[in-house]
Design a protein around this ligand. Structure first.
Ligand SMILES: *Cc1c(COP(=O)(O)O)cnc(C)c1O
Length: 225
């Protein structure tokens, strides 16, 4: 086993089969993804459109590609033909564009709404009230080519476990509360995407069923990218 395969296996051994592991391969070469692929990993996450499309073209077609980074409206068209899940939907405008490009490609694109749970100002996302309004809105029902599968959140970058835990728990509470609503046809709240290398154990304890793990599998990234 290579280091990457060993690290990947270690994460898989720690989580239950109910939790989906998204291997976050941003900035890493295709050969690193091939190592993970060779032992069965099929879900990969990227945060840049160009890198995502390049890797999609270079790698086997049974991979599910997740877009996890901020997505600009004018770039949706490049990933619309193949993307399996967009974690980072943070505006209605973006959702409308995803719907339009999905229709052009004759498909339905799965989306998560990114919810702002961290203290930091810079992180993108809706707040809970906006999400609630959105899933009840008449405008949303018109978008027949998207499906809102759940929520995504990122905790404050901190070593204070209690704070991180509270943030994850509050998102889980919101998630459960939203599930109580009568949901439109294009909304099915099944996925709660939270947890990265430093905090995925806390996230799972707080109810996450999809974790996005990069550096614990592929090693530290070169951060000027
Ligand atoms: C980079 C990234 C991750 C993975 O981060 P690690 O700390 O390397 O596991 C997860 N989610 C998002 C949105 C990211 O941009």
């Amino acid at each position: 086993m290579t280091d990457i395969q060993h690290n990947l296996q270690e994460v898989l051994d720690e989580i239950s089969s109910e939790v989906c592991l998204v291997a976050v391969s941003k900035t890493k070469p295709v050969s690193d993804l091939q190592e993970a692929y060779a032992i069965g990993q099929r879900v990969f996450g990227e945060n840049k459109v160009q890198e995502l499309t390049d890797k999609y073209e270079a790698l086997p077609k049974d991979i599910q590609w997740h877009m996890i980074g901020h997505l600009q409206t004018n770039k949706v068209k490049y990933i619309a033909p193949f993307v399996a899940l967009i974690h980072s939907v943070d505006s209605f405008k973006l959702l409308t564009e995803i719907n339009k490009q999905a229709e052009k490609n004759n498909r339905t694109i799965n989306c998560l709404l990114q919810v702002h749970i961290a203290e930091e100002e810079t992180k993108y996302g809706f707040d809970f009230q906006e999400v609630e309004e959105l899933i009840k809105s008449d405008e949303l029902i018109q978008l027949k080519h998207i499906r809102i599968k759940g929520l995504m959140g990122m905790a404050t970058f901190s070593d204070e476990n209690q704070k991180i835990k509270r943030e994850f728990e509050s998102l889980n509470t919101d998630f459960k509360q939203l599930q109580q609503n009568t949901l439109p046809e294009n909304v099915s709240l099944e996925v709660l995407s939270m947890g990265m290398s430093g905090d995925y154990k806390l996230a799972i304890e707080a109810g996450s069923n999809m974790i996005r793990v990069g550096s614990n599998i592929f090693g530290a990234r070169n951060y000027n990218k």
